[in-house]
Design a protein around this ligand. Structure first.
Ligand code: GDP
Ligand code: MG
Length: 170
């Protein structure tokens, strides 16, 4: 068996969009509808086998500092990928991604892989951002786009696989 390859993934986006829930779903396959809390620790990890490799995703979640748009520089340092999350029912959370992207470009590595997660896809009847708009924005910055739901599991594993594939193309 090969030695795991460590990948640092940072999660960005407005408070309440479901960042911690997406991370929790990916890591433990659990959804907690009343969760307010973040995972607390600086990062959590999960290994996945991918082609001939074992990838260890070390995922950095915020502890609420995103409210002040002031994530420490070390949050971004040496990140391999960033997942920018918005809530599909909240237009503002999508508009806000531009600012997160600027911050990422300012503080993150030049070649970082960026993915956009349109989360809460289970609430699609209240969708406030057209997927075409979201995809067009993602394309304009060279980002992956996926709709996700931490509640139903939709798209969660896929977005991490998309990231893996972009870092290690077949
Ligand atoms: P964060 O502030 O971005 O970390 O967001 P949280 O993960 O704390 O989630 C905020 C709220 O949205 C919580 O009540 C979650 O249960 C809820 N939530 C998160 N993801 C989803 C989802 O995919 N679908 C639905 N319906 N609710 C979600
Ligand atoms: Mg959180």
């Amino acid at each position: 068996m090969s030695i795991p390859t460590n990948l640092k993934v940072v999660v960005l986006g407005e408070s309440g969009v479901g960042k911690s829930s997406v991370v929790l779903r990916f890591i433990t396959n659990v959804f907690n509808p009343t969760s307010e809390a973040t995972l607390g620790a600086s990062f959590v990890g999960k290994a996945l086998s991918f082609n001939d490799k074992i990838l260890k995703f070390n995922i950095w979640d915020t502890a609420g500092q995103e409210k002040y748009h002031s994530l420490a520089k070390m949050y971004y340092r040496d990140a391999d990928a960033a997942i920018m999350v918005y809530d599909i029912t909240k237009r503002d959370s999508f508009n806000g991604l531009k600012k997160w992207y600027e911050e990422l470009k300012e503080n993150g590595p030049r070649d970082i892989v960026v993915a956009i997660a349109g989360n809460k896809e289970d609430l699609v009847e209240n969708e406030a951002v057209s997927p075409q708009d979201a995809k067009a924005y993602a394309d304009s910055i060279g980002a992956i786009f996926r709709k996700t739901s931490a509640k139903t599991c939709t798209g969660i594993d896929q977005i991490f696989k998309d990231i893996a594939l972009k870092i290690f193309p077949e």
